[in-house]
Design a binder for this molecule. Structure first.
Ligand code: DC
Length: 223
């Protein structure tokens, strides 16, 4: 007699997408989520909501206590605030994200999302290194600073925001330096992450390359 054991549930597909500002990581993460039918979390929005809360309360973003208090009580309505993605708020988000207590306050929400039984796609700065170190596939998406600045400039111009390309490039360089130079969970490529440079790629080509890298990682890990 052959006794059949039910086959175990397949391991969930968890995809970590990290990279600097305007690298294309958000667009790629959303496309991967659509392609694999997975939920997606843009973790930068959590830090942006924290930065916005600090701003609205008139606090200094370098005040770690005030920032941590804001991170522990994120108001979900701020996630849809039109000011969330502004350049000023990008700076606030980058500054508050350097406080270890802010990162600690936002850890559980992100890890709970990453550990959903069906899998998930998350994009940010420390997904592959801190939030989901066991992710099935890890991508580190980047592009030359000038290319990233041009993309952000086009996006801002499209929204009627008046900023010079030089100012946008300076903002991006400052944010890169802060996000990579902080001691708490800095932006670094995880040792087992695949590098995807989107400098010379269209969106369609970058998404196709990302899917290819995820498939290779799945094949390597047998999931
Ligand atoms: O991805 P974004 O540009 O919207 O993120 C805004 C800021 O939030 C970014 O400058 C650094 C911070 N951030 C972070 O420290 N860790 C993450 N996982 C996501 C964002």
């Amino acid at each position: 007699m052959v006794i059949r054991h039910p086959s175990p549930d397949p391991a969930p597909l968890v995809i970590a997408v990290d990279g600097p500002a305007a690298s294309g990581k958000g667009t790629i993460a959303k496309a991967l989520a659509r392609h694999y039918g997975l939920p997606h979390m843009d973790t930068g929005k959590l830090y942006r909501a924290c930065g916005l809360a600090v701003r609205l309360a008139g606090h200094d973003p370098y005040d770690a206590e005030a920032a941590a208090a804001a991170a522990r009580a994120i108001d979900a309505r701020l996630l849809d605030d039109p000011d969330l993605m502004s350049s000023l708020n990008s700076d606030y988000a980058s500054i508050v994200s350097s406080h270890p207590a802010v990162r600690a306050a936002l850890l559980e929400t992100q890890q709970t999302f990453a550990r959903q039984p069906g899998g998930a796609v998350l994009d940010g700065r420390d997904i592959g290194t801190v939030i989901a170190p066991d992710a099935t596939a890890k991508l580190f998406v980047t592009a030359a600073p000038e290319v990233r600045a041009q993309r952000r400039y086009n996006e801002l111009a499209g929204r009627g925001v008046d900023q010079t390309l030089a100012d946008v490039l300076a903002d991006i360089a400052a944010r890169d330096a802060r996000d990579s130079g902080r001691s708490a969970a800095p932006l670094v490529q995880a040792g087992d992450a695949a590098l995807l440079d989107t400098s010379n790629l269209s969106i369609a080509a970058a998404v196709a390359a990302a899917i290819d890298l995820v498939e290779k990682a799945r094949a390597r890990r047998g999931r």
